[in-house]
Design a protein around this ligand. Structure first.
Ligand SMILES: Nc1ncnc2c1ncn2[C@@H]1O[C@H](COP(=O)(O)OP(=O)(O)OP(=O)(O)O)[C@@H](O)[C@H]1O
Ligand SMILES: [Mg+2]
Length: 362
């Protein structure tokens, strides 16, 4: 439930932006809530940065309005918008110390010296840069630089912090650590974050809600768990995590659910209530690799297949199993005493109908 007074803190109303007649952002409408971490997630070129830059005021929509706290900000120049951006490449001033980098916005706004000093000290503390204040950006690590960039943006007390792939330049370990730090920082200050990334793990890990974008449009909007477990279209099902995507045909619509013909994979009864499908409709279905189980051929019932590849990943193994013309992806955790499978093994694949997700029409 969204409390009425929280609705539409940052609102996009039918935003379209074209470059050379090609829409980079295509009729996007969206409401971001006060205090949430909202992510725009999607492949390269889907329009994430373009949308963010329109909030910052660096580019202007061809159509639509952007409202912040109910006020149309479309006409405001960037410096008058109560937002700040953290970029992928830090964009720190090399000739200024860390302290002066962080103080920059407040100096430009001609705040009193004492206020600037206190605010900078608070920020240095907040992003854990104590002892580095007098260094220059080439004297600190990439992770520390990005913390300076975050401090430099937050010191202006923006109503919305815009983050455009802020961790993309860092290695995996550091990315994970900074993501956790960002999340803790957000808990502490409560500022609304609009977070852009093409990395689904990052979006999953930090977001209250995610909008999955593709070709300038929002394909699905929801909480991380919802997006992962109940994708509403094939794009989201395959972009978020790995999945087995099947096509089927509705055979019967019954009171308790619908029966689907999966051709060579047999029939499937999905215990879902839906008024939107009728007999003969073609549909997409998704089954996550971790929802499949592998047992030895001859030891139970299931779909017969042959293991093609097995990739050991430490905590789990990822298998590709040939079933007729298809390849099914299966991941299995390593458990004490459980068998592991090798290329060429004849196996049976088992799954529960409950785990199959109907993702929409084919
Ligand atoms: N200034 C520009 N002039 C012309 N085309 C542009 C401009 N900026 C962006 N585009 C195009 O608009 C589309 C969306 O670009 P955008 O930078 O918003 O994508 P993105 O989702 O941020 O991608 P990435 O993950 O690679 O950063 C792309 O096709 C891009 O080539
Ligand atoms: Mg971008």
């Amino acid at each position: 439930m969204i409390p009425a007074d929280m609705a539409g803190f940052l609102t996009f109303e039918g935003i379209t932006k074209r470059f050379r007649d090609v829409p980079a952002v295509d009729r996007v409408s969206l409401e971001i809530l006060q205090g949430e971490i909202f992510s725009l997630l999607g492949p390269s070129g889907c329009g994430k940065t373009t949308l963010l830059r329109m909030v910052a005021g660096f580019i202007h929509p061809d159509e639509g309005r952007i409202l912040l706290e109910g006020r149309d900000i479309s006409g405001l120049p960037p410096e008058q918008r109560p937002v700040n951006t953290v970029f992928q490449n830090y964009a720190l001033f090399p000739h200024l110390s860390i302290r002066d980098n962080i103080a920059f916005g407040l100096k430009m706004a001609r705040r009193p010296r004492a206020e600037i000093r206190d605010a900078v000290d608070r920020m240095v503390d907040l992003v854990d840069l104590g002892g580095h204040e007098d260094k220059f950006s080439h004297e600190i690590s990439g992770g520390q630089r990005q913390r300076v960039a975050i401090a430099r943006a937050l010191v202006n007390r923006p109503r919305v912090l815009l983050l455009d792939e802020p961790l993309a330049a860092l290695d995996l370990k550091l990315r994970q650590r900074l993501l956790a730090e960002l999340s803790a920082l957000h808990d502490e200050i409560g500022t609304t974050f609009l977070y852009v990334t093409h990395d689904q793990d990052e979006a999953m890990g930090i977001s209250c809600r995610i909008a999955v974008m593709n070709r300038g449009r929002i394909e699905q909007l929801g909480e991380p768990r919802e997006i992962y477990e109940a994708p509403t279209n094939p794009f989201v099902a395959t972009f978020i995590g790995e999945t087995n995507l099947w096509e089927g045909m509705v055979l019967a619509v019954e009171a308790e659910g619908i029966r689907i013909d999966l051709s060579s994979r047999g029939h499937l009864f999905l215990p879902i209530q839906t008024g939107t499908f009728s007999v003969g409709d073609r549909v997409h279905l998704s089954l996550r690799p971790e929802r499949l189980r592998i047992v030895k051929a001859g030891e139970g019932t299931g779909t017969p297949g042959v293991v093609e590849t097995a990739v050991y990943l430490g905590s789990q193994t990822r298998y590709r199993v040939r079933v007729g013309e298809d390849i099914w992806q299966v991941t299995e955790p390593h458990e004490e005493g459980e068998p592991e499978w090798e290329r060429g093994d004849g196996v049976l694949l088992q799954w529960d109908a409950d785990d199959v997700v109907l993702v929409g029409r084919a």
